[in-house]
Ligand binder design. Structure first.
Ligand code: LLP
Length: 377
């Protein structure tokens, strides 16, 4: 694994922390690098960026400049990308809503955004919204994958997509409304550490297209590329690309789209925070930070691993295990448990790594504590 970008930028990061903490810092060069690596390794007709992972305007612009189109999950995200990218043709936006209100879906269709139909029942209850439009259909491929149960998006226990058995009746109903299904979409989950996953999804979608949707020329296999942390082996992106290439050789008549989020932005972001207090209780050392779960909720919500570094003492030896915690009034307000950590004291600047995806976008003002602000460099 190459050393992360921030190792060579310690002085600049300490200066940014002096101006303010807690603070997200995004390295746009890393964002561009990941976009290029994706394009080089994975053969797709269209590369989209799942804006939900990080909506910072500079990040959205950097990825648009690399030729990635936005994938949005809400009308608010669509409005945001259209404001950030004024020249964007709405037809380039893919909108994949889930249980969104009727008016939001109707607006997207009226604006010419490419809309994914996620619930066959809406063809009946919203017939006039859908009538005459070309759509994608989000298919539930049956088996979800991913780093945590909360991010596996398939199977009857998941609220996403249309079950395979319901696709035949959906095709009939769509035909009666003059709705053409021009693409099939699936996203099995997030943080999927299996290079074959996209190719498997493509084969599943191709089989459904063969069975029911003669106009479906596009297969969108979703996102889900993992970003291993904590010394786990790197994901084999080249193998994912080869598996997709094999599918494309079998079924060259289909266009294939991919829409990762995390892979493009996770490693480009760090959360800079400052030690507020250190406490010992029994054998346990608590290192408290001015960032909490209201700035970065992934460890509390998924038990996600983020490397934590005392940037003020880069060469200090490990002093022992520490609970790295925030100032929020919840026992779950922690970034790491029993983590080997050097000496730390009030005022030290602490860096939380791989925080560029699903960090600031999931923040809240719980306890009326403002979450970390964002800066791109
Ligand atoms: N496409 C669709 C339809 C999605 O729902 C998602 C993510 C993506 C693409 C991008 O997935 P990615 O490449 O980032 O795995 N908050 C969780 C992740 C939730 C993902 C939601 N959907 C986390 O912090 O791990």
């Amino acid at each position: 694994m190459p050393s992360p970008w921030w190792r060579a930028r310690r002085d600049a990061l300490l200066a940014l922390a002096d101006a303010q903490t807690p603070r997200y810092v995004y390295d746009l060069a890393t964002v561009r690098d990941r976009a290029r690596a994706l394009r080089a390794a994975v053969p797709a007709d269209r590369y989209l960026y799942a804006v939900k992972a990080n909506g910072h305007a500079d990040v959205v612009r950097a990825l648009a400049a690399e030729g990635l189109r936005p994938e949005c999950v809400s009308g608010f995200e669509i409005a945001h990308v259209r404001q950030v990218l004024p020249a964007l043709d709405p037809a380039e936006v893919l909108y994949t809503p889930n249980f969104a209100p009727r008016a939001e879906v109707a607006q997207a269709l009226a604006d010419g955004v490419r809309v994914t139909l996620d619930n066959a029942a809406t063809l009946d209850v919203w017939a006039e919204v859908w009538r005459g439009h070309d759509v994608f259909v989000r298919v539930d491929p049956g088996v979800g994958k991913g780093h945590h149960a909360h991010v596996r998006t398939a199977g009857t226990a998941s609220k996403f997509g249309v079950a395979g058995a319901d696709l035949g009746p959906l095709a009939v109903r769509a035909g009666a409304l003059g709705v053409r299904v021009v693409g099939l979409h699936a996203h099995v989950g997030s943080g999927v550490d299996e290079p074959e996953a996209w190719a498997q999804t493509a084969r599943t979608l191709a089989a459904h297209a063969d069975a029911h949707f003669p106009d479906a020329a596009v297969l969108d296999v979703g996102g889900g590329l993992p970003v291993p942390t904590g010394g786990a082996p790197a994901f084999d992106l080249a193998a994912a690309g080869r598996a997709l290439a094999a599918f494309r050789a079998e079924r060259p008549e289909f266009e294939v789209w991919v829409e990762p989020g995390r892979y493009l932005v996770a490693e480009a972001g760090v959360l800079l925070t400052r030690v507020t207090q250190v406490k010992r209780k029994g054998d346990v050392r608590y290192v408290g930070l001015d960032a909490g779960m209201n700035s970065l909720v992934r460890p509390a919500l998924y038990g996600a691993h983020h490397d934590v570094v005392n940037l003020s003492r880069p060469d200090a030896p490990v002093e022992g295990p520490a609970e790295i915690v925030g100032p929020i009034c919840e026992t779950g307000d922690a970034f790491a448990h029993a983590r080997p950590f050097p000496h730390a004291q009030e005022g030290d600047v602490v860096l939380i790594d791989t925080a560029g995806a699903y960090g600031a976008v999931m923040a809240s003002s719980y306890n009326r504590r403002p979450p970390a602000e964002e800066v791109a460099v």
